[in-house]
Ligand binder design. Sequence first.
Ligand SMILES: Nc1ncnc2c1ncn2[C@@H]1O[C@H](COP(=O)(O)OP(=O)(O)OP(=O)(O)O)[C@@H](O)[C@H]1O
Ligand SMILES: [Mg+2]
Length: 306
Amino acid sequence: MIEVNQLSKRYGNFLAVDSISFEAQPGEIVGLLGPNGAGKTTTMRMLTGFMPPSSGTAKLAGFDIFEDSMEVRKRVGYLPERVPIYPDMTVQGYVTFWAQLRGIRNARKQVDAVLQVVNLYERRKTLVRNLSKGMRQRLGLAQALVHDPQVVILDEPTIGIDPQQVIEVRESVHALGEKHTVLFSTHILSEAEQVCDRVVIINRGKIVAQGTPATLRKQLQPGTHIYVQIGGANATTAQKLLGDLRGVERIEAQGDGFTVRTKPNMDIRADVSQRVVQAGYTLLEMRPVAMTLEDIFLDIVGREQA
Ligand SMILES: Nc1ncnc2c1ncn2[C@@H]1O[C@H](COP(=O)(O)OP(=O)(O)OP(=O)(O)O)[C@@H](O)[C@H]1O
Ligand SMILES: [Mg+2]
């Protein structure tokens, strides 16, 4: 339903999106996860036809975003980062206005239905200016859904709203996945994990990992970090001692010991204990460090930044 193929965007000399490729199957919820400036909004603006790519292609519902941008726009709903708000309209008026822009006749039924979906029907007579932030965000969602698009693209729909409303927006996004294909961006990993079928992690314009939350964890987690404490050794000594062991990537001081980072799926514990003892030191502690998906994310992003 969404096919992105080596898509890039350059602003002047700056490469904001660097040859990214990913897919979303019909009915899938895909999370675009990345820190500030990663290129999430830029990607979404290209996919929704607001901005041409510098190179690469993408198809939505079978239509090329550049060649068939009108067809794409008919089939995509977009909640931008900053929702344009018309404060003096009522909730119902605002969504009706968008429905008319979308060329929907007999908009009344559609508008009421979509207001039910985002849980604003009771507020349909309220002026937009009097809505809370979370309600405004849901109104933005209504605007994105009113033409019943096959693909829904949501740019950080939960940003700047309180935890209770975040839950409501997440639930709405989750419900959307039953009928629509959803791409939504966030910089909060736990959110991507909770809501998405698949996560695409993007940093500095590049995809650094992608997969289901479970596979991402599996790929990146096992045996990749161990905590070691050696009697009488600081990180420099440890570096000298262990730095050239097969599979060791990095050694970092942590508390009284340090964390040894290895290549994925390597168990270096036997080598570590042997080397430490042979060098005449004492191995006081050694244990694998369980990483949450959040740690993995920060680690990947941090490594890229370094
Ligand atoms: N119109 C523009 N002109 C020049 N540079 C831009 C423009 N828009 C974005 N950028 C730059 O491109 C990079 C990616 O920006 P983008 O807004 O896509 O990131 P993002 O992942 O959405 O970040 P955030 O989480 O802060 O919303 C940033 O370094 C940004 O400064
Ligand atoms: Mg953004």
